[in-house]
Design a protein around this ligand. Structure first.
Ligand SMILES: C[S@@+](CC[C@H](N)C(=O)[O-])C[C@H]1O[C@@H](n2cnc3c(N)ncnc32)[C@H](O)[C@@H]1O
Length: 356
């Protein structure tokens, strides 16, 4: 029986919700202000979507969803760009997106769900706003744990370090131990059985299995790239002037191919572009397709991101897929929460039995 009823704030295309549902959690509502999230979130999860800014949400909006809930869960993966390495030095606390964590805090304090979870980039843990968030929860008598983990240790075929926070009114709570640290899933496990494609092509039955076009120079560059190598492997006349100037110090990991037998590098919102990271296919002369990126984020192969017949915009899809909580990490979060409430219910049951 499902005991936990969840609301997913900043729900995106549903990576976290899909994982929570796989762990048996009843996700009742997802909220996001990006209209592109509605179709993938609702279609694949059978869950209602509300297009609204978290800043405009009232406690009542949430409480009415939890009316008959045994245990309520508020999940909120606020946008991570203000805290990520990629935006280092480009944002400060005046960036409005920092306030979204404070908005999440407001809703926790006003609605007092039994359980809270959040996933974000590890650098968030160093920010004063995070310490404030944890202090506010502890002041409300939540037990809080926060830990940086590698998603690859939880069955995601990708190196992706993330901070996972869990909080509970019921007692101390921890993320379950790694499930895949001895046998991490690799790029080969994830995408080697997909049909081959050329750069700029689209598969006839799965429109998400499509790849970005490559300029003539980038085609020569990927042909010269070795799996796991860098642009330093290329003939000097293929190396861009900016690479020469920076002597590779700043951008050693752009224009690379993935290796078959390792987890993929971290998927960003730009993973479909060969020049944006090590996003080259291990052996085909192209960047990975949108579908391959989604599978590397551990979305099921059949996850639909766009209504049949609707156009596919690479930038939009890159954003939805790259921003997602990997489904398998979401499932580990969900299993941690389930084990926690089951242990609590067992304790309550034995207490009432011994009182009789
Ligand atoms: C890191 S992504 C969340 C990913 C999602 N949890 C998943 O697993 O797929 C952050 C999301 O926050 C949304 N967002 C940003 N500002 C928002 C706001 N003010 N209100 C609601 N959603 C917002 C973005 O549209 C984006 O989808």
């Amino acid at each position: 029986m499902t005991l936990i009823s969840a609301i997913d704030l900043f729900c995106g295309a549903g990576g976290l919700t899909q994982g929570l549902k796989a762990a048996g959690i009843d996700v009742r509502l997802g909220i996001d202000l990006d209209p592109a999230c509605e179709y993938p979130f609702s279609f694949n999860n059978g869950t209602r979507f509300l297009k609204k800014s978290i800043q405009d949400l009232t406690p009542f909006d949430l409480l009415q969803e939890w009316k008959d809930a045994r245990f309520s869960l508020l999940a909120g993966c606020a946008p991570c760009q203000p805290f990520s390495l990629y935006s280092q030095g480009k944002t400060d606390e005046s960036d409005g997106r920092w306030n979204l964590l404070a908005e999440f805090q407001r809703l926790v304090i006003r609605t007092k769900p039994t359980l809270v979870t959040m996933e974000n980039v590890p650098r968030l843990a160093e920010q004063a706003i995070f310490a404030k968030f944890v202090n506010a929860l502890e002041a409300e008598k939540y037990h809080v744990s926060a830990k940086t983990v590698n998603s690859a240790d939880y069955g995601v075929p990708q190196q992706r370090e993330r901070l996972v926070l869990l909080a509970s009114k019921l007692g101390p709570i921890e993320l379950i131990p790694p499930t895949h640290s001895k046998r991490q899933r690799t790029v080969r496990d994830a995408i080697s059985n997909l049909p081959p494609l050329t750069a700029g092509a689209e598969h006839e039955t799965d429109p998400l299995h499509q790849t970005a076009t490559l300029s003539e120079t980038n085609l020569l560059r990927i042909q010269a790239s070795k799996p796991g190598g860098t642009w330093r492997d290329w003939d000097p006349n293929l190396v861009a002037a900016c690479h020469r100037r920076r002597t590779g110090k700043t951008y050693p990991s752009v224009y690379g191919r993935m290796t078959w037998d390792n987890p993929a590098p971290t998927m960003t919102t730009q993973f479909f572009g060969f020049g944006n990271g090590r996003f080259g296919h291990p052996e085909q002369d192209r960047a990975i397709s949108l579908r391959e990126g989604a599978i590397i984020q551990s979305f099921p192969k059949s996850y639909r991101f766009v209504k049949p017949g609707q156009p596919i915009h690479m930038k939009t899809l890159g954003r939805l897929i790259g921003n997602a909580v990997p489904v398998k990490l979401g499932e580990a979060i969900g299993r941690s929460l389930q084990q926690h409430v089951q242990a609590f219910s067992a304790r309550e049951k034995s207490k009432s039995a011994s009182a009789r």
